[in-house]
Design a protein around this ligand. Structure first.
Ligand code: ADP
Length: 383
């Protein structure tokens, strides 16, 4: 039987269509398909690749009316693709499949839903505790010592609540503000000094020696407040996840990567360390290795996800090396702002001197590679 021809207009339209489109003949054979349909795996050779989709085509052919369907189809190993599909009769014999890839939108929606569930859960614990404690206060009204003790715990829980809300606001703030939209030249030494300042009291309280290694003058482009927030989150963790008597060293150095100069900001501790299995997950929102310890420290599992976001927004990455019982090194790598392109620190300046747009940001990385800690910070820790 000779192959049925696809009408000219339809053929031309498919030629310019960016989304997935497939014309199917009377024997279920694929007569024409767009590149996207093949890339998404809807078509294999001259066949429609998925049984469900083929059945829909047959139904449309039999009923001669348009059908729409949300389809979840396997894509690669352990993955799924989500498609909004419309199948329509074209002529007596032909049907057309139009499919919109909604995988990213579905994934983002799932992340958003998870986030809301996690936030609600995190809020419920201190709110529940405050509610119970306030009832207990009423019942113990005649006993001043008990009232004082319950009130102290209420203060602790409300401080937790305040901390959590502040971090959620921080996270949504850094997500909303693109630091490279109107970037400024940021002096790295100032970022380190600011971050260490914020953590100094905690470090002294916990008897942790907190040192900044003086280094060469380095600058990056972006938002100083965000960068100081990222570094202080790392320093805060280094202090909190170390035992009394521990050392935390903060340093920055330049690394040459082919034609690019990269600034590495490093926070090294000789604290409790993190196991290999947990290393892969610590940058996820709300993930904690030891829930009880994090909670006791006033943690909520958001600190590192904020660091990862800030690094990526500055076209950088955050890396970690860690070993249980030995300590951890977190490294934020950012493109250096070259001296030639220097602009006054207080004025707005273009992101990079290069007229070409800067290369796309690599995804924030979390690697468990051998600590590339610079000799300075290692020496400091050994002292
Ligand atoms: P948290 O508020 O719990 O500290 P983070 O997102 O900052 O949340 O960190 C996630 C988890 O990673 C922490 O709960 C902790 O278990 C682990 N972690 C982070 N930094 C360190 C570190 N320097 N040493 C050991 N464990 C760490």
């Amino acid at each position: 039987m000779p192959q049925v021809a696809v009408p000219d207009g339809v053929s031309q339209m498919l030629g310019v269509l960016r989304s997935a489109g497939v014309v199917v003949g009377p024997l279920d054979e694929v007569l024409q398909s767009t590149e996207e349909a093949r890339v998404l795996g809807l078509v294999r050779g001259s066949r429609v690749a998925h049984r469900e989709l083929l059945e829909l085509v047959r139904q449309v052919r039999a009923e001669r009316r348009v059908h729409s369907l949300d389809l979840t189809l396997p894509r690669g190993q352990d993955q799924e693709g989500h498609f909004a599909v419309r199948v329509a009769p074209l002529t007596e014999e032909l049907c057309v499949i139009l499919a919109e890839d909604r995988t990213t939108a579905v994934r983002l929606e799932a992340i958003r839903r998870d986030f809301v569930t996690n936030v609600s859960h995190e809020l419920k614990t201190p709110i529940g505790a405050i509610s119970l404690l306030s009832e207990a206060v009423v019942e113990a009204a005649d006993d001043p010592d008990t009232v004082r003790s319950f009130a102290g715990r209420m203060q602790h829980e409300s401080a937790r609540l305040t901390g959590l809300v502040a971090q959620i606001i921080q996270l949504s703030g850094v997500q909303a503000d693109d630091p490279l939209l109107s970037p400024r030249r940021v002096d790295v030494a100032e970022v380190l000094a600011e971050a260490v300042d914020v953590c100094r009291v905690d470090a002294d309280d916990r008897d942790i020696a907190l040192t900044v290694v003086p280094g060469e003058s380095l600058a990056v482009m972006g938002d100083e407040t965000q960068l100081a927030m990222a570094v202080s989150n790392l320093v805060r963790n280094a202090v909190l996840y170390s035992e009394p008597g521990g050392r935390v060293v903060v340093s920055a150095r330049r690394r040459q990567e082919e034609d690019d100069s990269v600034v590495e900001i490093r926070v090294t501790d000789n604290g409790i360390g993190i196991g290999q299995a947990d290393l892969k997950r610590i940058f996820e929102r709300f993930y904690r290795v030891d829930y009880a310890r994090s909670r006791a420290n006033g943690g909520n599992g958001l600190g590192l996800s904020i660091v990862k976001h800030i690094a990526a927004a500055h076209r950088g990455v955050v890396d970690v090396w860690s070993k249980v019982g030995q300590g951890s090194t977190f490294t934020i790598s950012l493109p250096e702002h070259s001296v030639d392109a220097s602009a006054p620190a207080s004025t707005s300046a273009p992101a990079f001197a290069d007229p070409e747009p800067p290369p796309p940001a690599p995804a924030a990385a979390t690697s468990a590679r051998r600590d590339p800690a610079d000799p300075d910070s290692e020496k400091e820790l050994e002292r």
